[in-house]
Design a protein around this ligand. Structure first.
Ligand code: MF3
Ligand code: CO
Length: 249
């Protein structure tokens, strides 16, 4: 069942989303060569708490950290560690916040210093795909209109969309119905309705779409070792343009 949110519930999700956006937007100031992913974790956790939120990820199905930090060929769910970022790397930071009964979820991929042209294109195409998907997230459209817009843009750029992980409904739970795949046939899937809240999150591989999970039980990496990028927003469906609840500067 897809849960529609009342205006009061939307207000609460807006507050959770604001914290996600605020923290995502502040990461650029501290990310650079030599910074460890654990330092990003500590920075983000402190900011989330200072803004009154609680990490949505820590303890979720046993996940051991507050955020996910996925570097280069890591697709999603990388666990913060003593690994130092190097110039030319990319790192995806995924942050979930719980506040007053509701969740917000968002992610960005940040280049560390100068990256090569192919990597720059991968990051740009993934972010563009997210916003093209969001443009389709309007009352009356179908769910897979979002999916298709993302897939089309990614494949037009010569990249591939990850199949194993998908976006999701979000609200009182971090993961609600419906699943929001980043691929699919336009004009199909559930009709989008005002009050639906979705986490749309394209995961895009430079090579083929296959991923495998490392022995830590979490870190998803590309099977071919090529790089992967990830962007995510929590959005609210309305009769007009979707409202992005996890906006950042
Ligand atoms: N944003 C991701 C998702 O929505 C990360 C959650 S997995 C967790 O699935 F274990 F880290 F919480
Ligand atoms: Co998510």
């Amino acid at each position: 069942m897809i849960v529609l949110k009342s205006p009061e519930e939307v207000r609460k999700m807006t507050r959770a989303g604001l914290i996600v956006g605020e923290v995502l937007g502040s990461l650029k100031e501290m990310i650079g060569a030599g910074v460890t992913t654990k330092e990003i974790e500590l920075f983000a956790d402190e900011r989330v708490r200072a803004l009154g939120g609680v990490s949505a990820f820590k303890g979720y199905r046993g996940y051991p950290a507050c955020i996910c930090t996925s570097v280069n060929e890591e697709v999603v769910h990388g666990i913060p560690s003593s690994r130092k970022l190097r110039g030319g790397d990319i790192v995806s930071i995924d942050i979930g916040v719980y506040l007053d009964g509701f969740y917000g979820d968002g992610a960005v991929t940040i280049p560390v210093g100068e990256v090569d042209d192919e990597t720059g294109k991968l990051v740009r195409a993934t972010e563009e795909a997210l916003y093209l998907g969001i443009q389709q997230a309007v009352e009356g459209n179908r769910l897979f209109d979002i999916s298709h817009a993302i897939q089309r843009h990614v494949e037009k750029n010569g990249f591939s969309v990850v199949r194993l992980f998908v976006g999701h409904g979000i609200g009182r739970e971090l993961h609600e119905e419906p699943q929001v795949p980043n691929y699919g046939p336009p004009g199909q899937g559930p009709r989008l309705k005002k009050g639906m809240t979705l986490a749309i999150e394209p995961m895009v591989n430079a090579g083929n779409h296959e991923v495998k999970i490392l022995d830590d039980g979490w870190t998803a990496v590309t099977a071919d070792g090529k790089r992967s990028a990830h962007f995510e927003h929590t959005i609210l469906i309305t009769e007009e343009k979707a409202v992005i609840l996890t906006k950042y500067n």
